[in-house]
Design a protein around this ligand. Structure first.
Ligand code: GMT
Length: 371
């Protein structure tokens, strides 16, 4: 198939899912054009995916750069000149509307919902109606968890097919020998990785860490960067634990740190799926996370603990319980086996291929009316 794929290029989970999927599709013989404003960070070096940069020209008359229109223009051109057979967008806003504008019923559209495109931006009156219309007209809509699919039904009136995210267990693997770079021999290593947006509640992670430190010797590594990073570090300072907190803002290979951890922490207020937690499991690292969104769909008691959002005392207790559990080694092994068995990239790529094939076969995407 000749597939067009659209994503955001930064450290966000949807860009990671899209880039890795695009690459795997090329390995299975498809031609994939990946549209983004910059080369997506997780696109493997040397990948045969054809990256199409979306240039967003600005002009003093415009109140802001016209990303949606520029993207639609790039997609329209590729449909005509590269003969795309299907277009798959990641993160609905504004990609679903841009794709519809570009395709006008000529090729089927598939949209994957990831999280805040439904729960936060999806309920914004500025975006809701047009996004709902675009999703309803699509050949297929998928969501990364059942929880998110239910929200999409309520907010956009669509019934997405659930396709869980995959994890690359070659890349995300145990790396215990690196622990010595971050913690002393008698210290536990706790790791959190994210894009430090408010929804990730990194401040809560630091509060939890301070509580854990009252019980066991431990260090915290914060991997990644974003708007809440400075605030999180200032909380560490105010709580007097900054000496035990390391911030790796520009880690190129987060898996090397995550793979060295004893426990991974995810305190989010919401997660459509929670990709970083799954990556930790693949590294053989048990996860303590909040019971929100799609997380309870993959975080089982055999590989981690769920705690109620905002209950920092219970969070810290769960972390200490795991760290001091005689079953920790067993749990580590179980975590990796579980990630390998249930979130296998080949299996998940095949699920998307089936969605594409069906969409192309059922060509029910003619324009509703033509002028
Ligand atoms: O929805 C977002 O916040 C953005 C999105 C992204 O692009 O970073 O992240 C979402 O997609 C990931 C991949 O499917 C999920 O693992 C994340 O849970 C989800 N983030 C949120 O829902 C907050």
């Amino acid at each position: 198939m000749r597939i067009g794929m659209v994503c955001y290029p930064g450290l966000g989970g949807s860009g990671i899912v899209a880039s890795e999927l695009a690459d795997r599709l090329t390995q299975r013989g498809h031609t994939v054009y990946l549209f983004a404003t910059e080369l997506p960070m997780r696109l493997p070096a040397g990948s045969p995916v054809r990256f199409v940069p979306v240039e967003v020209p600005n002009y003093p008359v415009f109140p802001a750069p016209l990303y949606t229109l520029a993207l639609a223009g790039a997609l329209e051109r590729a449909i005509r000149e590269e003969h795309l057979e299907i277009l798959h967008t990641h993160y609905a806003i504004p990609h679903a509307v841009a794709a519809e504008l570009a395709a006008e019923g000529r090729i089927p559209l598939v949209h994957t919902l990831h999280g805040t495109d439904v729960t936060l931006l999806g309920i914004d009156p500025a975006y809701q109606a047009l996004t709902a219309r675009a999703l309803q007209k699509a050949a297929a809509v998928t969501a990364v968890s059942h929880s998110l699919a239910q929200q999409a039904q309520r907010i956009f009136g669509v019934s997405p097919q659930v396709i869980y995210n995959a994890v690359d267990t070659q890349r995300f693997r145990p790396n215990p020998q690196a622990k010595r770079f971050y913690a002393a021999q008698d210290e536990f290593l706790l790791v959190h990785a994210s894009n430090f947006r408010a929804v990730k509640r990194v401040g809560d992670i630091v509060h939890v860490f301070a509580k854990v430190r009252q019980k066991v010797r431990a260090r915290l590594v914060l991997v990644g960067s974003g708007p809440e990073r400075a605030e999180a570090l200032s909380i560490a300072h105010n709580l007097g634990v900054d000496d035990s907190v390391t911030s790796l803002a520009t880690a190129k290979n987060p898996e090397e740190v995550i793979g060295a951890a004893d426990v991974f922490l995810l305190a989010s207020e919401y997660e459509g799926f929670g990709q970083s937690g799954l990556e930790a499991l693949a590294c053989g690292v048990p996860v303590v996370a909040t019971r929100v969104g799609g997380i309870p769909e993959w975080l089982t008691p055999e590989v981690g603990r769920l705690v109620e959002f905002g209950d920092l005392e219970a969070f810290a207790q769960a972390v200490v319980e795991l760290l001091t559990s005689p079953n920790l080694a067993q749990m580590r092994e179980a975590a990796r086996n579980y990630a390998q068995a249930h979130f296998n990239p080949d299996h998940i790529t095949h699920q998307y291929e089936q969605v594409y094939r069906l969409a192309i076969k059922n060509k029910t995407f003619e324009p509703e009316s033509s002028v």
